[in-house]
Write a protein that binds this ligand. Structure first.
Ligand code: PLP
Length: 413
């Protein structure tokens, strides 16, 4: 039995915040190990949502009445919380989006459409989620720049020598994830940012899988853009954050037009735009979701990201040791620096079948390509099983997962 007693995370106390963890699935206690897809929501965040609709609900920024003022203050309060969460220099560098995907599309459509053309290069990596591949492919087809891909080795580690070979004076942007959702690899984004800047390129970091698991400091990283999603960091769906350095955001054109993002609109003179970040927030945003995201980030701060990171690291170690005993099981992603993601395939048992059968035992894992088809192709598979961990998972749950997996695999063979 793994020993977790030296760690400073009171998992029983954490679990009390998540009523969903008490439910059963197919008559078995739920073991939820699909956190990289979406993490569960603590009662404090649910209560914030509830309170918003009970007491505050009004459109923001435009009203002069009390509810509009209070809703605006709550909404803008999250901007400051998000700023502190990733240590951005200023709150106006925080743009609310629908999630990481929309944040990356915003950069592609605004910064990319303005700054990229024939002869230019954008460097992404083989570890990317489709949301950091397809926006660049779409734009490359339209604007005529070249997309290049940093390879990974058999451990799932980015080949940094290849990165240094690929980057050159034509490279305008490096777009990489901080943590791979499919393998859990933690990328050395600070070093990569330095190399990008040495070549006059910008760096966009997809932090969807990093924000829930480690302290983020966008200034220390040297990120020009950083994106993450609310629903992976104990917050609601439908909301995310794009961080952009102020001078970059200021120079970028709007990408969507409408209310809230303008200064003046006229048919006689050119329409003028609001200051950042509002220039990028056209229309009524997901107000309740943004307010609840603020509570989610505070919840994470209360538990402490360093405690969460240490806990998840131990869970990952324990899970890796336990499932590795299963005959014919191969872990994909053996990087020395990994976050709480365990991706694997098992000889003689298809991943989809494992996922369906293990669900019957109450265990929720993800199976499929994890929106990283090029990466899986690199490893010669089209699907893996992925267990991913959060602050509320326990070593006992890992044992149930491993025993259930063993049972399922023996049924399938
Ligand atoms: N990037 C990574 C690394 C992810 O894991 C995900 C979601 O799984 C995304 C981007 C997309 O996030 P969203 O669907 O919340 O926009």
């Amino acid at each position: 039995m793994a020993n977790f007693s030296d760690l400073l995370l009171d998992v029983a106390r954490v679990r009390r915040d998540f009523p969903i963890l008490d439910r059963e699935v197919h008559g078995k206690p739920l073991v939820y190990l699909d956190n990289a897809a979406t993490s569960q929501t603590p009662v404090q965040v649910i209560a914030t949502f509830d309170d918003y609709y009970r007491r505050l609900n009004a459109n923001i920024h435009r009203g002069l009445h009390t509810l509009a003022d209070e809703a605006t203050a709550a909404f803008e309060g999250t901007r400051e919380t998000a700023r502190a969460f990733i240590n951005a220099a200023e709150a106006r560098e925080i743009v609310f989006t629908r999630g990481t995907t929309e944040a990356i599309n915003l950069v592609a459509q605004s910064w990319g459409r303005t700054n990229l053309g024939p002869g230019d290069e954008v460097l992404i990596s083989l570890l990317e989620h489709h949301s950091n591949i397809v926006p660049w492919q779409l734009l490359a087809a339209e604007r005529g720049f070249t997309l290049k891909v940093i390879p990974v080795d058999e451990r799932g580690v980015l080949d940094l020598d290849a990165y240094r070979d690929l980057i050159n004076e034509r490279t305008k942007l490096v777009a990489v994830n901080h943590v791979s959702n499919a393998l859990g690899t933690v990328n050395p984004v600070t070093d990569m940012a330095r190399v990008a800047h040495d070549h006059g390129a910008l760096i966009l970091v997809d932090g969807a899988q990093a924000a829930p698991h480690q302290l983020i400091d966008v200034q220390a990283i040297g990120a020009d853009f950083y994106a993450f999603s609310g629903h992976k960091v104990y917050g609601p769906t439908g909301v995310g954050v794009l961080y952009g350095r102020a001078e970059l955001l200021e120079a970028m054109p709007p990408w969507q037009g409408g209310g809230e993002m303008i200064a003046t609109v006229s048919f006689e003179t050119p329409t003028t735009f609001a200051a950042i970040p509002h220039k990028f927030e056209a229309g009524t945003p997901a107000i309740a979701e943004v307010v609840a995201l603020g509570r989610a980030l505070s919840w994470v701060n209360e538990i402490g990201l360093t405690h969460i990171a240490a806990w998840e690291e131990r869970l990952l170690e324990h899970a890796t040791d336990t499932v590795s005993r299963i005959d014919g099981l191969r872990v994909l992603g053996t990087a020395p620096d990994k976050a709480g993601v365990l991706s694997f395939v098992v000889d003689g048992a298809h991943s989809q079948d494992i996922g369906l059968l293990i669900d019957q035992l109450g265990v929720a894992i993800r199976t499929g390509h994890h929106c990283a088809q090029p990466l899986l192709a690199r490893f010669g598979v089209d699907a893996t099983c992925r267990a991913s961990f959060a602050a509320y998972n326990t070593p006992e749950e890992i044992d149930i997962f491993a025993e259930s997996l063993e049972r399922v695999v023996s049924m399938l063979r």
